[in-house]
Design a protein around this ligand. Structure first.
Ligand code: HEC
Ligand code: HEC
Length: 250
């Protein structure tokens, strides 16, 4: 008796409810699938093998590629970014720059603003030899000086945390790995931070915090970033930006 013809409204309600249920479950599935996409991680032996090419870079070829592949459009004529929107690439050891390009190629760096996506696409164009050439070229250029507007009051607050860390929260002093003046670190794959644009610095820390950047071997930066508040990250960003000009005077 309970046929669609006799109870068209009930039939419609049931059908709609069914469709809604299917819709919600497939949305939920899609969401789970998105969240579950595994973020790749480095194993340190694999990383050292991949970085062994960094030493064979040709700076002349790197200079040519910086222009030819339009890297210079965002990162500047010599890798020292003219705009606060893009990170500077100078002042780094070649291993770190080579590593970041491999990180992008392996999809270890994602972000909420699709800025990293540009680099994920760009890195797919590059051979490992070209990555080494670019890295060698940038490493030979002077360390970056961040375009003005660094907040010196914030920089002072950031200096304490950078030099001392916070034992209670298990945050090591940033200086232990990134150098006394952010001049780069204890290993060739530890980046320099001095003179980096605050906008980029903050974004990098937020992405570690959100687990969207998994390029840090052993999750060290993800661990430190999780413990820091947004205002502490901002203070650290201004401190490291302020160190740029000091480095070039040395
Ligand atoms: C359209 C602008 C744009 C172009 C063109 C571009 N980049 Fe980038 N690059 C970015 C942005 C934005 C980031 C930061 C993304 C993020 O948050 O991970 C970045 C990050 C990087 C980094 C990592 C920096 C770090 O400290 O971790 C390297 C290395 C780099 N780019 C090299 C290159 C090279 C080499 C090319 C040319 C083949 C290139 N980029 C072309 C915008 C650009
Ligand atoms: C145990 C060593 C260690 C300590 C301590 C440490 N870092 Fe790092 N940091 C690293 C390494 C290694 C990387 C590179 C990771 C990668 O390739 O993603 C890095 C990357 C970064 C980056 C990304 C730079 C870029 O160009 O993308 C920022 C920003 C940063 N660290 C800030 C800090 C701050 C701020 C502190 C202190 C609160 C700190 N780090 C403490 C080792 C350390």
């Amino acid at each position: 008796m309970n046929t669609p013809a006799k109870h068209p409204t009930l039939f419609l309600i049931k059908t709609l409810a069914g469709l809604l249920f299917v819709g919600i479950s497939s949305l939920a599935l899609a969401e789970t699938k998105k969240v579950a996409t595994p973020m790749p991680e480095w194993d340190s032996v694999q990383l050292q093998a991949a970085l062994s090419k960094a030493a064979s870079g040709n700076a002349e070829e790197g200079k040519r590629l910086n222009h030819y592949l339009y890297c210079s459009a965002c990162h500047g004529d010599n890798g020292n970014s003219p705009s606060r929107n893009w990170p500077s690439l100078t002042g780094q050891k070649p291993d770190y720059v080579m590593k970041t390009l491999l990180d992008y190629k392996r999809d270890m760096r994602r972000d909420h603003y699709r800025k990293a996506y540009v680099m994920t696409r760009m890195s797919q164009l590059l051979s490992e030899q070209q990555m080494a050439d670019l890295a060698t070229y940038y490493a030979q250029q002077p360390a970056p000086v961040v375009p003005p507007q660094t907040n010196l009051k914030l920089a002072k607050q950031g200096a304490n945390l950078a030099n001392q860390g916070d034992d209670k929260r298990g945050i090591s002093a940033c200086t232990t790995c990134h150098g006394e003046q952010g001049e780069s670190g204890i290993t060739p794959e530890t980046p320099a931070l001095a003179g980096q644009t605050p906008e980029y610095f903050i974004q990098a820390m937020q992405m570690y915090k959100a687990g969207m950047r998994t390029s840090d071997v052993g999750g060290v930066m993800r661990m430190f970033a999780k413990g820091l508040t947004t205002s502490e990250i901002t203070a650290l960003a201004h401190y490291y930006a302020s160190l740029g000009s000091k480095r070039n005077m040395q």
